[in-house]
Design a protein around this ligand. Structure first.
Ligand code: NAD
Ligand code: MG
Length: 411
């Protein structure tokens, strides 16, 4: 971690690992590009924009193949652009289907080009999985302020992404609720005063299940998250706790925090979104209901705060907060996260790709729930480690890791 000098008491200076201040909001409101607008984060983002009293307006919406949903969104919020990255899906859009004033672009290349449009002030990166990397890189390349939900970007290519952001004067602000909480808590001190960053985990639907019984869980059971409503991929990741593994790696690069200072605690209520422990023993927590609208809005409005549509905590109803240590035996994915955060290099890209393919296999009924972490562990162990992989290396390893999972799934 970089060791910044202590700011004077009156200064508003922030620790080095809190991303730089985003550009001030112009009086007329900011144009926002929402990548993955039809997903769970995408639809919550549109609610935040609609409730922002004109501070933010949707300029570009992008989705892969959910044409009916994106057309409905386009009629509701009249963006300048709609991008559909799947050409076959885009071909089903008839003439006159879009509102007057909204233009259609097709394919991932068109999206890469359009996110660089100088008219765009903020980019919300909420495409799911490795597919979200290229448009996030394109936005950073263009020096944009990116509200990052797509954690896979940092898991796969953290050092490269952070170097690119610094070189292009771009700003990355976390949307992931844990990282948003950490970002907020870090504003209480300097980086040399931080002794531990503690990510909270709900524990998912199987928090109290035995290792044996986990072998037979069904797709439906795994998709039933107790506290958060999210897309299917991240919901399975929460059930295996691979989501927390990916978030450890995300925190490692986003905050420039050494892996040994990162920890996980299970907190079933999902009210404390993460914690930062300082050298004097003070622990700063950020709290709120499990509602992604708050971290989305914070990433858009930072460094300011304003009123918005996120739910509020109601202390008149009584509030219970429990914390317990995670169980690495029942949730072996956690160890993989700590290992990949510590080793760095190509580990994140390989772990992410193996997990994406294994989750796809589990959702398709091809492998068991417990196979997901086992397969990821094997692929991670057997890959040809690279300390500082290029983007091409990362793409090659991503393909290799997926193939390995498919191969083992057939055995
Ligand atoms: P989701 O499955 O609900 O939505 C995914 C979106 O990505 C859709 O709009 C879809 O059209 C688009 N998409 C899918 N494949 C694509 C492709 N190949 N090219 C372009 N677009 C594509 O997912 P989600 O739950 O909203 O998660 C989105 C991202 O945010 C993930 O990286 C996830 O880890 C992260 N995240 C989500 C939550 C949450 O509460 N849902 C919380 C923290 C982080
Ligand atoms: Mg999270």
């Amino acid at each position: 971690m970089a060791a910044p000098s202590r700011p004077p008491a009156t200064s508003r200076a922030l620790p080095a690992f809190v991303p730089a201040t985003a550009a001030a909001e112009p009086a007329s409101g900011l144009n926002v590009a929402v990548l993955g607008s039809t997903g769970s984060i995408g639809t919550s983002t549109l609610e935040v924009l609609a409730g922002s009293a004109g501070r933010f307006r949707p300029h570009l919406l992008a989705a892969h193949s959910s044409v009916a949903a994106i057309l409905e969104q386009a009629h509701q919020c009249r963006p300048a652009w709609v991008v559909v990255t799947d050409p076959a899906a885009a071909a089903t859009i008839g003439t006159g289907a879009l509102p007057v004033g909204t233009r259609l672009a097709v394919g991932p290349e068109a999206l890469d080009e359009l996110v660089a449009d100088p008219a765009i002030d903020r980019v919300v990166s909420a495409i799911v999985g490795a597919a979200g990397l290229r448009s996030t890189l394109a936005a950073l390349e263009a020096g944009k302020t990116v509200a990052l939900a797509n954690k896979e970007t940092l898991v796969m290519a953290g050092p490269l992404v952070m170097r690119l952001a610094a070189a292009r004067g771009a700003t990355l602000l976390p949307v992931d609720s844990e990282h948003s909480a950490i970002h907020q808590a870090l504003r209480s001190g300097t980086s040399d005063e931080v002794v531990r960053i503690i990510l909270t985990a709900s524990g998912g639907p199987f928090r109290t299940r035995s290792r044996e019984s986990l072998q037979t869980v069904t797709r439906e059971e795994a998709l039933r998250h107790p506290t958060w409503s999210m897309g299917p991929k991240i919901t399975i990741d929460s059930a295996t706790m691979m989501n927390k593994a990916l978030e450890l790696i995300e925190a490692r690069w986003l905050f420039g925090c050494p892996a040994e200072k990162l920890a996980v605690v299970v907190h079933p209520q999902s009210v404390v979104h993460s914690l930062v422990e300082f050298i004097d023993g003070s622990v700063m927590a950020q709290m709120g209901p499990p509602d992604m609208k708050l971290p989305i809005q914070y990433a858009l409005s930072y460094p300011a705060r304003h009123d918005g549509p996120a739910r509020r905590l109601d202390f008149t109803q009584g509030l219970r907060l429990d914390f317990e240590p995670p169980d690495p035996v029942r949730f072996p994915a956690l160890r993989l996260g700590h290992e990949a955060a510590a080793r760095g290099g190509s580990c994140g890209a390989v772990l992410n790709a193996a997990n994406e393919e294994a989750v796809r296999g589990f959702l398709a009924g091809e492998i068991r729930f417990t196979d997901i972490a086992d397969m990821c562990s094997r692929v991670l162990d057997e890959h040809a480690y690279q300390a500082d992989p290029s983007l091409d290396d990362i793409r090659r390893l991503d393909v290799w890791a997926r193939q390995e999972v498919v191969k083992w799934a057939r055995v």
